[in-house]
Design a protein around this ligand. Structure first.
Ligand code: DHE
Length: 552
């Protein structure tokens, strides 16, 4: 017995010393390879700075701020262990150039024509050296950036106009860093506001009075709709990079708190929704939901929704695949329930009851279903290559109540049954949009509509990416493909209904003649084209009533 123990001890020592040696070996090898990679590449400080700025604008969303990969593969000169999507041999100038110029069928857009040839060449070098280090940004920095432009006491107590705020639309003009507020009843542009670099989404307060924007520069802008012309009343920078913002919507907490979801740094910040004063910051770095539970520093906050049934936000941490249910009743010390699900969480929305939240784990080709009041995972559903639902949309027909998602990586629209009974939380039907390939970013319907709208924004075929498909929700047959109207070009992106549910607004961006095209949802005829000088590459559009009440 004693002999056996000694033998086991010897084997353990041998294994340990071998693994230590091999660790050291791989470290040395890594350093050497990095040196070689850096030595082969010449890049000046100024080019490095420019490359970092281009990377941040164009690439970080999918490949991660620290280039460790997420929806897209890692872009490091040396593959991080256990995260080896591409392998170092692919990371060579010619291969990189081809990828950047042409995009991939998996959903990466082709950058030729968007980036200049010089910029593409610079990126092939930038990606072969180690990424720059991101400086810290926490409570002190957020506080320093806070600007209360109009204090609450100086704001009107009721609307200073007779317009119908519920049917206002906030329209993002991403590249211009502006948000336009349009009166949806009269289609008049009320104001165009400078809101910061590459605004991503808008959300509205529970009362519908305030519109909040958040952009890729991490800036939150708060717009008051009670003034004659909508006015910016507060601003704050919650981080370097962000995609999500949401407000407290539960009874008793209307317009009280706001949550900011940071991409970089990866954190959740809770702010006063009346003033944007920061109240607390919680980093989201943590263990991954699966495998060996590796610790992940860059754990970016993707979609956030506010429950209408409980005082909580559902915050989706992309890289860890953890869904955080954040209780905001004590905003300086928020309660967290973390639910392990699947990587990498991206975008999602509620089912028609508001009880369940469905979110895409896009790199795992899955949709995750969360029971919000009971704070638990219901099911993980395999749907297709890179689901991209936006907030998804809810329709009803003989198959039941269905929540719908489109896919970036293939031509598939999946319909998941959400009401109790046989086949609940199962894909009960799949339909195809016109032509081939994926690239669909958003789907949309409305409780009063008989139609399901689907865009194909990232499809490489110009004919497909400039049109939207409309399906009959009862037969699920394609009813019509609507091409860009005459005088309008670019890619069709993101649909939004008006409050009445009888108009659909579609953006055309990335073209020479961008526009907002408004369709009659019944006849599918163009009702109005908004194409004035101030319309610069519009992207997301948010109707105040539908956004406040999560109608989609
Ligand atoms: Fe988005 C939603 C992230 C590219 C337009 N986008 C979201 C959400 C996330 C996200 C996490 C969900 C927010 C929420 O609900 O709280 N988007 C990202 C990216 O990381 C990505 C892939 C790359 C990037 O660098 O940003 C990306 N998104 C785009 C675009 O290229 C789009 C088409 C134009 C743009 O603004 O850059 C775009 N994303 C939108 C829109 C929404 C959105 C319009 C809101 C949909 C809704 O109906 O709520």
């Amino acid at each position: 017995m004693k002999k056996l123990n000694v033998l086991i001890a010897l084997i353990v020592i041998a294994i340990l010393s071998f693994s230590c040696k091999s660790d050291k070996k791989s470290e040395v090898k890594k350093q050497k390879t990095t040196e070689i990679a850096s030595n082969e590449i010449s890049i000046t400080d100024a080019e490095m700075e420019k490359g970092a700025a281009i990377y941040f604008d164009r690439c970080a969303g999918c490949h991660g701020s620290s280039r460790k990969g997420a929806t897209g593969p890692h872009l490091l000169p040396i593959a991080p262990e256990g995260n080896n999507y591409l392998g170092t041999t692919m990371l060579k100038a010619a291969g990189l150039k081809a990828f950047i110029e042409n995009g991939t069928p998996g959903g990466m857009p082709e950058w030729k024509g968007i980036m200049t040839d010089d910029e593409i060449e610079l990126m092939t070098r930038f990606l072969q050296v180690d990424p720059p280090i991101v400086p810290p940004y926490g409570m002190a920095e957020i506080k320093n950036s806070w600007k209360l432009i109009i204090p609450v006491a100086d704001r009107p107590t009721k609307p200073q106009h007779k317009r119908n705020i519920d049917n206002y639309f906030g329209v993002i003009m991403r590249d211009a860093g502006k948000v336009a507020i349009i009166d949806g009843d009269t289609k008049e542009k009320l104001v165009v506001l400078k809101t910061g670099f590459a605004v991503h989404i808008l959300r509205t307060s529970a009362s519908g009075r305030y519109i909040y924007s958040v952009g890729r520069d991490g800036r939150i802008t708060m717009i008051d709709t009670y003034t004659k012309t909508p006015t910016i009343v507060a601003e704050v920078k919650g981080g370097f990079d962000a995609r999500s913002v949401e407000v407290s919507k539960f009874k008793g907490y209307e317009d009280k708190y706001l949550v900011f979801g940071g991409y970089s740094p990866s954190h959740i910040a809770i702010l006063d929704a009346q003033t944007l004063e920061p109240l607390s910051v919680t980093p989201t770095a943590g263990n991954a939901c699966d495998g060996d539970k590796e610790f992940i520093e860059e754990a970016r906050v993707a979609a956030i929704v506010a429950s209408h049934t409980d005082p909580v936000w559902i915050c989706n941490v992309k890289e860890t695949g953890m869904v955080w249910i954040v209780d905001y009743t004590d905003p300086r010390n928020p309660g967290m329930t973390q639910i392990p699900t699947a990587r990498f969480l991206h975008d999602g929305g509620f089912d028609s009851t508001g009880h369940y939240f469905l979110v895409a784990a896009n790199a795992s080709n899955k949709i995750v279903v969360i029971d919000v009041p009971n704070k638990k995972l219901v099911k993980i559903i395999e749907t297709g290559i890179k689901p991209h639902p936006g907030r998804g949309t809810n329709i009803k027909n003989k198959l039941g109540n269905l929540w719908v998602t489109s896919h970036l990586g293939e031509n598939k629209i999946s319909l998941i049954k959400t009401n109790p009974g046989d086949k609940q939380w199962t894909v009960v039907k799949e339909i195809k949009a016109t032509g081939n390939g994926g690239g669909a970013l958003f789907v949309k319907s409305h409780p009063k509509s008989k139609h399901l709208w689907v865009d194909r924004t990232l499809n490489p075929d110009a004919k497909l990416n400039s049109s939207v498909d409309v399906f009959d929700i009862n037969t699920l047959e394609l009813k019509k493909t609507l091409s860009a109207p005459e005088g309008v070009d670019g890619r069709a992106v993101h649909m939004e209904y008006n409050k009445a549910g009888n108009e659909v607004w579609v953006s055309y961006f990335m073209g020479k003649n961008s526009a907002i095209v408004i369709y009659d949802d019944k006849t599918l005829k163009v009702k109005k084209i908004i194409q004035e000088d101030w319309v610069e590459n519009p992207t997301g559009k948010f109707n105040v009533y539908n956004t406040t009440h999560d109608i989609y």
